[in-house]
Design a protein around this ligand. Structure first.
Ligand code: ADP
Ligand code: MG
Length: 283
């Protein structure tokens, strides 16, 4: 079953002078098993939107239905929330126990699993995200590097085996190799666990590589949805919106403007290289 977002509007501080409509009439369906990317510039409403998926915040109007559970209903929300694992933008907020293992085991324990089961699941999850329990289990979360913290936060969530894995800027602040590592882990996880992944990122590069379908948020509204091919064939439009289109997409667009006929579906390094090689061998 899908996640259905219907005419969702969220207004912060309603009835005050600082009233701000952060999400405005968004309609969106996320299908089971999809790798769904959400992009948009800072402040466009991405985090606000996804915080509705586990009922962390409530719509000002509209509805969110997770697997048939209406998240505005208190009883149904408890059931819906159990299906959604949310990894927040700032992992420090999620790490609070004295050891990494305790931290990762916290969620499963809270679900009612025994201490032993929770520990087993936590160790499994740590291995899945590439944190060797031998090395990391007894460390303090605060001794971890940025990338390791993100992995630990991710492990804590996947240890609960959510059906929907929601990630808010999981690669933010990491160096390129850290980014690649976390992104690869997420893709591998999805294959292994078969969960639906919803990933927010302001990096189109990262989303272009991994997502099967993409939503673009702009000024609190859903600007467009489509496959990466559909979205990145509109690179010019995205740049005009102030979005950081993938570097390769920008280069391709620049070449088009100079009269070089680069096809619209060239927006990753891999495709560009392939296209360029083909052109050179024909020259
Ligand atoms: N708790 C809050 N109270 C008031 N305004 C907020 C709050 N959280 C976010 N906003 C505002 O809502 C808008 C959307 O924010 P957010 O959803 O965090 O966007 P994004 O994740 O795309 O950067 C921004 O203008 C932000 O300042
Ligand atoms: Mg955000």
């Amino acid at each position: 079953m899908p996640i259905i977002i219907e005419k969702l509007t969220h207004t912060y501080m309603p009835n005050t002078i600082s009233r701000h409509i952060a999400v405005d009439s968004v309609d969106l369906t996320i299908n089971e098993g999809e790798f769904f990317g959400i992009i948009g510039h800072t402040g466009s409403g991405k985090s606000t939107l996804i915080q509705h998926l586990n009922g962390l915040i409530q719509p000002t109007s509209g509805r969110v239905i997770v697997d048939g559970y209406d998240m505005s209903d208190k009883k149904q929300r408890v059931k819906g929330r159990a299906l959604v694992g949310m990894v927040f933008q700032y992992p420090d907020y999620q790490l609070f126990d004295s050891t990494v293992l305790d931290d990762v085991a916290f969620g499963p324990k809270n679900m009612g699993l025994s201490v032993e089961e929770a520990k087993t699941r936590a160790e499994e999850a740590m291995r899945t995200v590439g944190l060797d329990p031998e090395q990391f289990a007894e460390k303090s979360p605060f001794e971890l590097s940025g990338g390791e913290k993100r992995r630990a936060a991710l492990a804590g969530i996947i240890a609960m085996r959510p059906k929907y894995l929601v990630l808010d800027e999981p690669m933010a602040g990491l160096d390129p190799s850290g980014r690649r590592g976390v992104l690869e882990t997420i893709s591998a996880l999805r294959k292994e666990l078969g969960c639906t992944v919803i990933m927010v990122s302001h990096s189109m590069e990262d989303v272009a590589r991994s997502a099967e379908r993409i939503a673009v948020m702009n000024d609190s509204k859903l600007y467009m949805t489509g496959t990466p091919d559909e979205i990145f064939s509109k690179t010019k439009e995205l740049i005009e919106l102030g979005l950081d289109a993938p570097q390769t997409a920008r280069l391709a667009q620049l070449l088009r403007e100079r009269g070089v006929p680069v096809p619209e579906d060239i927006y990753t390094n891999e495709r560009f290289t392939e296209w360029f090689r083909g052109r050179m061998s024909n020259a």
